[in-house]
Design a protein around this ligand. Structure first.
Ligand code: KG4
Ligand code: ZN
Length: 338
């Protein structure tokens, strides 16, 4: 068959998304982000699950309509099995199962983190696709990993966080500074206006390729408490410099580990994925590494950085080619390993 049509469904956290791919080409990618969580300062699992329930049907219908194809033309349904919030995953999983059953087409389970990595294989003008093997650093609100990718299906985690994810470091720092949730984008925006060397935060000492971010968060908290005791307006007066300094420290931590990974593996092809790969600091640092260290870097198109179903559909496409299908008894798995 020349053209394979895959419907992807993503519901692991607080974005309900559906996408249609024809082979590696994207026909539609609809994302409905849940605004409700901002007022709680974080994702509320019960509310997320309920919002997915009301969003999933219209989001899938819209994705099919935008793609201009009828559901009868679909060759398979790919859905996120995990990792993520159980109540959220269940909505996408149940929906995908019933649709696959109703249409009598294969069901394909997808690991969300593999989606962030294989998003680089969605065909886009001006975006090169990595060749194997390459290193992928997944950086999001829930994950921080370095993965050695040997093929579309063969992946090995060679380093990961031992406590907080890097996105959490951004969001928790933002909370300390009184910023809204999620704070990553605002810290990034302010960082561009501030002096990255204004304040010094200690980087964690973690051996090998593992990461740690909880000490940094505590360091920032104590620093802000100490300075605010001296000058009550410290944060207001120095917000951009504080943000720039935090960003400088976090990007430094990520780049240090990538350098170790490149040295250890001898692989100089480096890709990033996940919400934090939208960050201007890490994007710039990677671009520089092309010149200074001879790396080839792959930075995702902005719309594929945060959670989306196109990345689930592309994993589905490669699994379809291998006829790697799931039974209708497949279960959502909150703590799914790569
Ligand atoms: O991948 P994602 O959408 O959801 C998870 O799977 O977690 O990532 C969301 C995370 C949040 O922590 C958010 O603050 C962070 O990505 N983020 C950023 C930026 N844009 C989103 N962090 C730093 N700079 C950004 N520009
Ligand atoms: Zn994600």
């Amino acid at each position: 068959k020349e053209n394979i049509y895959i419907l992807g469904i993503e519901s692991s956290c607080d974005d309900t998304s559906a996408a249609v791919l024809c082979n590696q080409k994207i026909l539609s990618n609809v994302v409905s982000s849940q605004k409700i969580h901002a007022e709680y300062g974080g994702v509320v699992p019960e509310l997320a699950s309920r919002a997915h329930q009301s969003n999933i049907v219209p989001v899938v219908e819209q994705a099919l309509k935008k793609a201009g194809i009828a559901k009868e033309q679909l060759d398979a349904i790919a859905f996120t099995k995990g990792p993520g919030l159980m109540g959220s995953l269940l909505v996408g999983t149940s929906f995908a199962k019933s649709l696959a059953l109703g249409l009598n087409i294969p069901l394909i389970e997808v690991n969300h983190m593999r989606g962030h990595i294989l998003a680089h294989f969605i065909e886009e003008d001006d975006y090169a696709q990595p060749s194997f093997p390459f290193l992928a650093m997944t950086i999001s609100g829930g994950h921080t990993q370095i993965v050695k990718v040997s093929s579309h299906s063969n992946m090995e985690v060679i380093g990961e966080t031992i406590d907080d994810a890097v996105g959490e470091a951004y969001d928790k720092s933002g909370k300390i500074l009184g910023l809204g949730y999620p704070a990553g984008p605002e810290i990034d925006k302010r960082a561009k206006l501030g002096n990255p060397k204004a304040f010094h935060f200690t980087k964690p000492r973690v051996d090998g390729l593992n990461f740690s971010f909880s000490g940094l968060k505590t360091g920032i908290l104590y620093f802000i408490q100490r300075e605010t005791a001296k000058h009550p307006d410290f944060v207001i007066d120095n917000l951009n410099d504080i943000c720039a300094s935090i960003q400088h420290t976090i990007v430094g931590i990520l780049m240090d580990k990538l350098k170790v990974a490149v040295k250890q593996t001898g692989i100089k092809q480096v890709a990033i994925g996940g919400g934090v790969s939208a960050n201007s600091g890490i994007r710039e640092a990677l671009k520089n590494a092309e010149k200074t260290m001879g790396w080839t870097t792959y930075i995702p198109k902005f719309e594929y950085t945060t959670d989306n179903a196109a990345m689930i559909a592309i994993v589905g496409y490669y699994k379809y080619l291998e006829q790697d299908f799931s039974g209708l008894d497949v279960m959502a798995t909150a703590r799914l390993k790569i």
